[in-house]
Design a protein around this ligand. Structure first.
Ligand SMILES: [Zn+2]
Length: 305
């Protein structure tokens, strides 16, 4: 971390906090602990204290995990109880009662969680540390399309993503993004959205069209043509939020969790069942990347076709 806190204890606690960043070799997403930390950072920023009673976390943390985590068979409260109890072992989180790991029952007897004291003090006194911690966590677990949504959901300012960045990470697990990959993907898909065909252009360049990773770069997805789709900004966002996905036949699927009220919003449903049709020479996304997206990003069940 670039900015150094005042005390050695706080420095250690901050280092433990940054060790929650995703390891590139993990292919399964594990956003539970980071979401709890971000929720607590949001409370600390808003109220001056990260104190979080289970009675509130049971609802708010469950919602965050459901909205931004991979689909899971685990019950909502149970999903929240994992990070709420287990974050203690990372040395950054305390509960005001000694309760067993993972058990929802004892938590309901009025347990409150909070950052470890020296960490709490350092983050409260130095807003730039708090912002750097939030930025590091959210950026290592979510792509750029999703990170601002997560920050808003935990009550933090999405503009903190624009803040001064630490010098580039030099840990060996960090990978450089290819600077030519986005343009190559957009060109390969004939400068149009692979889902809806939107082909906005301005002065010869595309506008509103982006290169999307099928398997997220941050979760080990390569900058390869068979891990990329050109998508309009809207469909890129819906794809990364798991509202849209692909099935084994490379047809678009729409999540049952997606809803819209207006005719325009509901045009998203029309994408369901449409097969990708790349131009000759452009590879379809690799099946292993599509499977990763289905397991780790797509939200719940698709519409019946
Ligand atoms: Zn589109």
């Amino acid at each position: 971390m670039l900015v150094s806190p005042s005390t050695p204890d706080a420095q250690q606690a901050l280092e433990r906090l940054s060790s929650l960043r995703q390891h590139q070799q993990d292919s399964r997403r594990s956003p539970h602990k980071p979401l709890l930390v971000l929720l607590a950072l949001g409370r600390l920023a808003a109220t001056g204290s990260s104190r979080l009673p289970w009675s509130e976390a049971e609802e708010t943390l469950s919602n965050l995990i459901e909205e931004f985590g991979p689909t899971s068979q685990t019950g909502r409260s149970q999903s929240a109880a994992f990070p709420f109890t287990r974050l203690r072992s990372d040395g950054v989180w305390m509960l005001d009662r000694d309760v067993p790991m993972d058990n929802v029952g004892p938590l309901r007897q009025g347990v409150t969680g909070q950052f470890e004291a020296s960490l709490e003090a350092a983050l409260r006194d130095r807003p730039e540390l708090l912002a750097a911690a939030a930025r590091g966590l959210v950026e290592s677990h979510f792509p750029g399309t999703v990170a601002p949504d997560v920050l808003v959901a935990v009550g933090l300012d999405p503009d903190l993503l624009e803040g001064s960045r630490p010098a580039r990470d030099t840990s060996p697990a960090d990978r450089r993004r290819s600077s030519t990959w986005p343009a190559a993907v957009i060109e390969a898909w004939d400068r149009q959205c692979a889902f809806c065909g939107f082909d906005g252009a301005a002065g010869g360049g595309v506008v509103g069209i982006e290169a999307a990773h099928v398997r997220w770069f941050k979760l080990g997805g390569p900058d390869d043509l068979d891990n990329g789709l050109a998508l309009c900004s809207l469909h890129h966002k819906l794809f990364d939020r798991g509202m849209l996905g692909l099935d084994g036949d490379f047809a678009v699927v729409v999540s049952r969790r997606f809803s819209a009220r207006t005719t325009q919003g509901r045009t998203v449903y029309d994408l369901h069942g449409q097969r990708l049709t790349p131009r000759p020479g452009t590879p379809l996304p690799a099946a292993r990347h599509v499977r990763w997206h289905t397991d780790q990003v797509f939200q719940g069940q698709s519409l019946a076709s």
